[in-house]
Design a protein around this ligand. Structure first.
Ligand code: PMP
Ligand code: GLN
Length: 406
């Protein structure tokens, strides 16, 4: 075989490797992003793969979406819809979203000016933060806090201010939140159903938030990616159906969660036109737009409402099955009212810190989980781990068998 010889031409003659100087990149005036470690989801999924463990850590289904979704997307590709769609998303998908939101929450959002399709909720959240938060601005988040919020806030020069969902009920204390509001508070981020705890905000929480933000210019960013995954007959709640809050809110959802396609990275944001127009200023230079055939495929698939309305029942069965698996274990299960995550205390099993416990469980017992301290800035550790039950029964049964032996 002939070997290929590459001749490398240095960009500048004085950077030639014949000199003894080593060239190291140095941060000169800007600080490195010190607080930003590798996301816990990547850490635990890699460890699970390395150990051949059952991966109940990172949240994603281990089963497929329905063939009808793949077929509608393939049809869009084959029909030639493979070039850039409009910046805010295809009209078909924005209309389908407007219809869904109206049916669920009783409010009509205008597809032209109030809805934007995004490359997953992560991009929607990052873009919303970049659009509204400036250097020195404060953003209130609730711990345990989903891991992308604070890095996004800090990347744009903002400062995260931490409120708490109080352990073990994971309810906010609005008097304490009030004390955190200052003239520099630019945004409050809420997430319900809540990852990682599976808790829900109630009507009185939304009323308290409306009261706290009244007469301020605070933007509410409401992460509702698990909007369809609520249990035990809970009523679906969105800030969209609270008129006062809706006026100051950007609401984010994700098709990844709803249609079992986390790898497609597609979601959306909606809100008042003044907010969405600011959002789009950043979005157009952040991703510009999102892939066309998936948008058209999803728009078509969404026309059958049972596909999203049936999700609560679908996941409630999985939740109940998984909880039954752990019934005879030494894990103490906390309530799970929404999301596809179950949190559990392990005090009866070990006094290891939760990160150590999660690694031990992965390596020695073959089940990977997420340590909940990863969602606290100061590493607060209540000895709680998170299991993802978006899995086939066989996976949950195999995990259950291992976990009962712990
Ligand atoms: N917010 C929350 C609370 C999440 O759990 C996730 C993902 N699991 C996201 C946002 C990001 O969603 P996406 O995969 O659509 O970017
Ligand atoms: N949101 C998913 C979870 O909570 C993970 C998404 C990611 O890996 N960034 O597990």
């Amino acid at each position: 075989m002939n070997s290929l010889v590459l001749k490398v031409v240095p960009l500048k003659p004085d950077m030639n490797s014949s000199s003894n100087q080593t060239h190291k990149f140095k941060f000169i005036s800007r600080p490195p992003l010190n607080t930003m470690g590798l996301t816990i989801f990547t850490v635990m999924s890699k460890l699970a793969a390395d150990c051949g463990a059952i991966n109940l850590s990172q949240g994603f289904p281990d089963f497929q979406a329905e063939p009808a979704l793949f077929e509608s997307t393939l049809r869009a590709m084959q029909a030639g819809h493979n070039q850039y769609p409009p910046m805010a998303g295809t009209p078909e998908l924005r209309l389908a979203i407007a219809d869904k939101v109206e049916t669920l929450y009783g409010v009509r959002y205008d597809a032209e000016h109030e809805i934007t399709v995004t490359a997953g909720a992560t991009q929607a959240i990052f873009t919303a933060i970049a659009a509204f938060v400036r250097s020195g601005d404060e953003v209130i988040v609730f711990e345990p806090v989903y891991d992308s919020y604070v890095p996004a806030i800090e990347t744009v020069g903002g400062q995260a201010v931490y409120a708490q969902l109080n352990f073990p009920g994971y309810k906010p204390d609005w008097n304490r939140v009030q004390a955190l509001i200052t003239p520099r508070t630019r945004m409050i981020i809420i997430n319900s159903p809540h990852n990682p705890t599976g808790s829900l905000l109630a009507d009185d929480d939304l009323s308290a938030l409306a009261e706290l933000t009244r007469d301020t210019d605070i933007v509410v960013l409401s992460d509702e990616v698990y909007e369809h995954i609520i249990f035990d007959g809970e009523r679906r709640r969105s800030v969209a159906s609270h008129p006062e809050l809706a006026a100051r809110s950007l609401i984010v959802s994700s098709f990844g969660k709803t249609y079992h396609i986390t790898g497609w990275k597609i979601g959306y944001v909606f809100g008042a036109p003044e907010l969405i127009s600011e959002f789009r200023k950043v979005h157009q230079f952040n991703v510009f737009t999102v892939n066309t055939p998936c948008q058209l495929g999803i728009a078509d698939y969404m026309s059958v409402a049972s596909r999203h309305l049936g999700l609560a029942e679908f996941y409630q069965k999985k939740r109940d099955y998984f909880r039954a698996q752990l019934h005879a274990s030494r894990f103490e299960l906390l309530p799970c009212r929404g999301t596809y995550f179950q949190v559990a205390r392990y005090d009866a099993i070990s006094d290891l810190p939760d990160r150590e416990f999660a690694k031990w469980l992965t390596r020695e017992r073959g089940v990977a989980v997420i340590p909940v301290s990863a969602f606290y800035q100061n590493g607060r550790d209540d000895h709680v781990v998170r299991f993802c039950f978006a899995k086939q029964e066989t996976t949950l049964a195999a995990a259950g068998e291992q976990l009962r032996r712990v």
